[in-house]
Design a protein around this ligand. Structure first.
Ligand code: 5AD
Ligand code: SF4
Length: 442
């Protein structure tokens, strides 16, 4: 008999993408084969995100689409919408058989076995697991860069955020297990590792070594064969100067830090329960800017949080001018179930949120155009991540996490996965263009 097949579709952040890689690993281990279309699958997994309402609405639309021509298939809903909505999903989408949140994936083999035994409705919704989800067969989607989980869950209580409810309390993974996986990745040929967690800065090694995040970073940077280490996401409250010092001392640690600010107004930050003021945030930016390694800085911004006045919003625009971020992600505030901000209502009308969002994005675009233009004439090392056949260009990524597309005089060269110096010759708001500095594959 042909083996059973599965299809997995993913929405949301890197944690979700990586969770799907692990789920795929667990399924492959059980003898399932992966297919790239839901129609061809016996088991359809849908890994969901509920960070904003729009993402959540998509889930039920997509589940309806899956349903067409679905006879005999098993449908599973995973991720943050699964955790948040729980058994209600069975009511809205009766064709679903499995609903499980990320804190329960360690139990996935058991849940799958129950499905295979014919159980019609199975849930994994407990948030009190101590286990982290590790699978020896984790299948990375990217050939050179690998995600590696160091901490799961979140103990903060930002007033707008569902994550503490959907991913449960913080659980740090033992350092020996992290280093073991990093070594295995290097042996498999990965050269870049991205350490993942909702708040990596609060990492605390549960084993006797007791390392904090900066200590862990230094150790991962030492793994032979690993040329780049990144990490996401940081929380400004827990972001210590020792992290900047570790980056200063280790060229393997990429000179890029994502430090979500959310708002430039201390009043809004207090209502968001972010646990830092604008001034405290800017102190961390100063540490980063003083680094000799020219650390690129990116951030997340929410506009239209309840009670955000025009003056508060202007504080956010001024912060963008002051920090001059290398890139930002910006969002309109979206009220979420269970969160503290629900009690504050949703006072800023959508048109006004939209206006503020566009103003943030316009300002940032001008900043990026200016900053990118200043890079023309410089040389940066890229990891070659892809090829754009139509443009005859390779797609490179710098340590600062910029896209640098480039040409290479040797048209037959196979450059995927190589590290190359590239001269920047042109710039745009979102990427750079350049030419490989040849004769020097490093
Ligand atoms: N509404 C809008 N944006 C949100 N984010 C998190 N929760 C919300 C929400 N309710 C944004 C934050 C976070 C990023 C991942 O998503 O900026 O850093
Ligand atoms: Fe979406 Fe947040 Fe869940 Fe990631 S942790 S999938 S961003 S809700």
């Amino acid at each position: 008999m042909a083996s059973k097949t599965f299809y997995i579709e993913t929405f949301g952040c890197q944690m979700n993408v990586h969770d799907s890689e692990k789920v795929a690993g667990a399924l492959l281990q059980r003898g399932y084969a992966r297919v790239e279309a839901p129609d061809a699958a016996d088991l359809v997994f849908y890994n969901t995100c509920s960070i904003r309402d729009k993402a959540e609405q998509k889930v039920f639309q997509r589940l309806q689409q899956f349903k067409r021509g679905a006879n005999g298939k098993v449908f599973a809903v995973l991720g943050c919408v699964a955790q948040q909505e729980g058994e209600k999903i069975f009511e809205r989408a009766p064709h679903v058989s499995l609903v499980a949140g990320s804190a329960s994936y360690a139990r996935l083999p058991e849940l799958l076995a129950r499905i295979e035994a014919g159980e019609r409705r199975v849930t994994g919704l407990s948030l009190d697991t101590d286990e982290t989800f590790e699978t020896p067969l984790t299948r990375r989607d990217h050939p050179h860069r690998a995600y590696l989980t160091i901490i799961e869950g979140c103990d903060k209580s930002c007033a707008y955020c569902v994550v503490p409810f959907t991913r449960g309390p913080e659980r740090s993974r033992a350092s020996a297990s992290i280093l073991q996986e990093a070594r295995e990745l290097a042996e498999q040929g990965y050269t870049e590792i991205q350490l993942l967690g909702q708040n990596v800065n609060s990492y605390r090694d549960p084993s006797p070594a007791g390392w904090n995040f900066a200590q862990l970073l230094r150790q991962v940077a030492r793994v032979p064969g690993i040329r780049r280490v990144r990490f996401t996401t940081s929380h400004p409250r827990d972001f210590g100067r020792d992290i900047v010092e570790a980056i200063d001392e280790n060229p393997v640690l990429c000179n890029h830090v994502h430090l979500p600010v959310q708002s430039g107004s201390s009043l809004v930050l207090a209502r968001m329960q972010r646990l830092y003021t604008r001034e405290e945030y800017l102190r961390r930016i100063e540490w980063l800017k003083q680094s000799p390694r020219q650390i690129a800085i990116s951030t997340d911004i929410i506009v239209g949080f309840p009670g955000e006045t025009e003056e508060d919003f202007q504080d956010t625009l001024r912060l963008l001018d002051q920090v001059e971020y290398d890139s930002i992600f910006s969002f309109k505030y979206s009220p979420r179930p269970n969160t503290a901000a629900l009690a504050l209502g949703d006072a800023v009308p959508d048109e006004e949120k939209q206006r503020r969002l566009l103003m943030v994005q316009e300002k940032q675009r001008a900043i990026q155009i200016r900053r990118h233009a200043a890079l023309i004439g410089s040389v940066a090392e890229v990891l070659v991540e892809g090829r754009n056949q139509a443009l005859g260009q390779w797609i490179g990524r710098t340590a600062q996490h910029r896209i640098l597309n480039f040409t290479h005089p040797d048209k037959s060269a196979s450059l995927l996965g190589a590290y190359l110096p590239v001269l920047v010759t042109r710039s745009g708001p979102n990427s750079l263009v350049g030419e490989a500095v040849t004769g020097a594959v490093v």
